[in-house]
Design a protein around this ligand. Structure first.
Ligand SMILES: CC(C)(COP(=O)(O)OP(=O)(O)OC[C@H]1O[C@@H](n2cnc3c(N)ncnc32)[C@H](O)[C@@H]1OP(=O)(O)O)[C@@H](O)C(=O)NCCC(=O)NCCS
Length: 213
C-alpha cells in the first residue's frame, strides 16, 4: 500500500468514527403484539425500505410470496429498533413445533428483517439479531431457522456471525394454498447443539411444516 492509499484508508476510518459519534442513538423494544400506532409505524417502515438482498418482484411473485410466508400467527415477539419514536428497523421471532423422523423439534425462527433505507449500515440489523438470539433459549427452542438469499455473500457472512450455517439440502414447506415449496436458502443456528449436529448429518431436505419465515 503506498502513502496515498494509506491516507485514504485513514480518512475513511475518521469518517466512519465521525458518523458513529453523530448517529443519534436508537433503542430496542421487544414486544409480543403490535398496537395500532406500531402497525402504522410498520407500514411507514415498509414504504421506506427497499429490498437489498432480493430483486424487485413481479405481481405473480408477490402473490407467491404471500402464499409462502403465511405464518404471521406464529410470531411470538417483535424486536424493534426505535429512534425518535419511529420504527427504523424490525425483526420477527417465530416458534413452531415440528417432527423430524419421529423426533419432536422446537423450531425457532427469524423473519421479516428490515431496516429503513436511511438507517442502513449503522449496525441496526446487527443489534436486532443480537437481541433476538437469547429469546430462543428462553422459548426452549432446539434450532433457529431463517431463509436468505444464499447467493449474497454479505447476508451469509452477516448471519454466520450469529452461528447460522447454510443447510445445503434445503427445507420443504407447504404454502397457505397447500402447494409444496423447496427453500434452498435455509440457514440454521443451534440452541441445542446435539439437535443441530443431528440435523446437519442429514442429506435430504428437512420439512418445516406450513409456511416459511
Ligand atoms: C439487510 C439489512 C437488514 C441490513 O441492515 P443494516 O442495519 O444495514 O445492517 P448492519 O448495519 O447491521 O450490517 C450488518 C452487516 O452487513 C453488512 N452490510 C449490510 N448492508 C450492506 C451493503 N449494502 N453492502 C455491504 N455490506 C453490507 C455490514 O457491513 C455488516 O457487516 P459486518 O457485521 O461485517 O460489519 C437491510 O439492508 C435491509 O433491510 N434490507 C432489505 C430487507 C432485506 O433484504 N432483509 C434481509 C432478509 S434475509
Amino acid at each position: 500500500m503506498d502513502k496515498k492509499d494509506s491516507d485514504i484508508v485513514l480518512l475513511c476510518r475518521y469518517l466512519i468514527r465521525f458518523l458513529n459519534i453523530y448517529m443519534p442513538p436508537f433503542s430496542i423494544k421487544i414486544i409480543q403484539k403490535l398496537d395500532d400506532y406500531l402497525l402504522e409505524q410498520m407500514e411507514q417502515l415498509n414504504q421506506n425500505s427497499t429490498d437489498f438482498c432480493y430483486s424487485e418482484k413481479t405481481p405473480q411473485e408477490i402473490e407467491e410470496h404471500q402464499d409462502k410466508f403465511c405464518s404471521a400467527d406464529e410470531i411470538k415477539h417483535w424486536v424493534l429498533a426505535i429512534q425518535d419514536e419511529k420504527i427504523i428497523g424490525r425483526l420477527a421471532v417465530f416458534k413452531r413445533e415440528i417432527a423430524l423422523e419421529g423426533k419432536r423439534v422446537t423450531l425457532g425462527g427469524i423473519g421479516k428483517v428490515k431496516v429503513r433505507d436511511d438507517k442502513r449500515r449503522q449496525g441496526v440489523a446487527s443489534k436486532l439479531v443480537q437481541e433476538a438470539m437469547p429469546l430462543f433459549l428462553q422459548m426452549s427452542c432446539d434450532l433457529v431457522y431463517l431463509c436468505t438469499n444464499i447467493n449474497n455473500p454479505i447476508m451469509v457472512k452477516f448471519y454466520g456471525k450469529y452461528g447460522f450455517k447454510h443447510f445445503v439440502p434445503g427445507c420443504t414447506y407447504l404454502g397457505k394454498s397447500g402447494k409444496q415449496y423447496l427453500e434452498l436458502g435455509a440457514m440454521f443456528a443451534p440452541v441445542n447443539q446435539e439437535v443441530f449436529e443431528w440435523l446437519f448429518n442429514h442429506s435430504e431436505p428437512f420439512s418445516i411444516g406450513c409456511g416459511n419465515w
